[in-house]
Write a new protein. Structure first.
Length: 463
């Protein structure tokens, strides 16, 4: 079995090398912000390490796997994060007597999993990296009957459950995205209660007040790459197109390929172009990096950011009154929304020959002390009850917002994960960054989105 994994890894990496020779680059853009943050937290990956874990020992027969308690597990972790996860697995092995074969393709993870899906030779357990429902559910066993299921954050159900209520992975952590603010700056501008901001119209009013007070209304660190703009797109678009009660109901159109980019992307881009023309963004929004934008917010020079997390702002200015708002409603009467991302999540292959061992491992990973260790691998919040957040500040400001808005909130998956074909993340950033470069004419930017959306949709249908 180990030899099979090694062969698959070699085949996938050789294919990636050939693609890289053909187009000048072997790098792939991440498909969502959470994945981008994970790769950053991992400190990069090395392809030469991809097959190391799977080539160390001799092949194990299917019979041996069933009787000896051996299971395989594919993970996205690399470098120091992988080292720490290995420690957790080693402790599980000592406690249970089960041997876990870790498959660690690192940057080639998605390519390796797609190859395995095509041949129906998946690991017994694998990380779903945000796609447990939309991409992997047909290959996974539901987890609803497991003893830890009821301890998972109920806010995850809208993004992880199918129409029958089945969930297909243990999710121990979640990422949260919204609109970030400096309360001290807003008070200086005359906005006493940030949580009174419910709609984008309320937001624009607050930006006007911030500008009048001599502040930068919105800090953007576009110098850190197009992902900054991808996140802004992914925050605003669903409030206009897919949230419950949004201005438009375009979820089905986005999913079936009939989405009218010329109408709806143009409208959104013109709204953002209007903010640019009004001077709501920092003048160096295309060159300032994310660190610099975070420091602008933390210092109180800026009132808002449209991308997080607030880690840098809080570390640089720990006494600043920073917080998070949901993505704001597009019309009066609609609820603002938090985007939740499936973080560290693990599913059990439907055809595993050792389900009992798999469930034993997931039960171990769901224990609060282990959830805390897994959350420490990045900036995600715990998705299991009874776990203290490693990022106590980040979790605290989120909890404060949830309390402030009460039942006037809704939750949904990250926009590109749920409503766009795979591969759109970098296209969102490239397209929206063009609006920041040339706000007087958004048509070329709309065309980049439109062409990318059509191409990726056709690819998703095998055309």
């Amino acid at each position: 079995m180990r030899k099979m994994w090694a062969v698959l890894l070699v085949v996938v990496m050789l294919g990636s090398m050939l693609v890289g020779c053909g187009n000048g680059s072997g790098d792939e853009d991440p498909e969502n912000a959470q994945q981008e943050n994970l790769e950053s937290a991992n400190g990069g990956t090395k392809e030469e390490d991809a097959g190391e874990e799977v080539a160390e020992s001799e092949e194990i027969s299917e019979t041996d796997r069933e009787t000896s308690g051996n299971i395989s597990m594919a993970v996205t972790y690399a470098d120091s994060n992988l080292d720490e996860f290995k420690n957790i697995i080693s402790e599980f092995e000592k406690e249970s007597g089960i041997t876990v074969e870790l498959i660690t393709p690192a940057s080639e993870y998605e390519s390796v999993l797609k190859t395995m899906m095509a041949s129906n030779t998946l690991p017994d357990i694998f990380m779903t990296h945000g796609w447990s429902l939309r991409r992997y559910s047909e290959y996974l066993q539901p987890v609803n009957s497991q003893p830890w299921f009821d301890s998972m954050d109920k806010a995850l159900e809208p993004i992880m459950a199918d129409e029958d209520g089945n969930v297909y992975a243990l999710c121990v952590s979640t990422s949260v995205s919204g609109v970030y603010f400096n309360g001290d700056a807003l008070k200086k501008a005359g906005v006493e209660d940030p949580y009174s901001i419910v709609t984008w119209k309320n937001f624009e009013d607050a930006c006007e007040k911030a500008k009048a007070a001599g502040l930068v209304p919105i800090a953007v660190g576009g110098g850190s790459g197009s992902g900054q703009f991808s996140s802004i797109f992914g925050g605003i678009a669903p409030t206009l197109w897919t949230d419950v009660g949004a201005k438009y109901d375009l979820a089905d159109a986005l999913l079936d390929g009939s989405f009218d980019s010329d109408t709806y992307v143009t409208e959104m881009y013109e709204m953002i172009a209007g903010w640019l023309e009004k001077g709501y963004f920092n003048e160096d929004c295309l060159t300032l990096d994310f660190d610099g934008a975070s420091r602008m917010l933390g210092s109180g020079d800026a009132a808002f950011m449209l991308r997080g997390p607030l880690t840098i702002a809080h570390e640089a200015f720990p006494d600043a009154d920073c917080g998070i708002l949901p993505e704001l409603a597009s019309i009066d009467g609609a609820k603002p929304s938090f985007r939740l991302g499936e973080g560290n999540a693990y599913g059990v292959w439907k055809d595993t020959n050792n389900a009992d061992a798999c469930w034993a491992l997931l039960e171990y990973l769901a224990r609060p002390e282990n959830v805390e260790r897994i959350c420490a691998l990045g900036t995600d919040y715990p998705a299991i009850e009874g776990v203290e957040a490693v990022d106590a500040f980040g979790y605290g400001i989120y909890a404060k917002a949830v309390e402030a808005y009460g039942d006037k909130l809704q939750y949904d998956n990250l926009f590109d994960r749920k409503y766009l074909p795979s591969g759109m993340w970098s296209i969102l950033g490239d397209s929206l960054s063009m609006v920041f470069e040339s706000p007087d004419d958004v048509k070329p930017a709309v065309e980049v989105f439109k062409e990318g959306y059509i191409e990726k949709y056709e690819e998703s249908k095998g055309n």
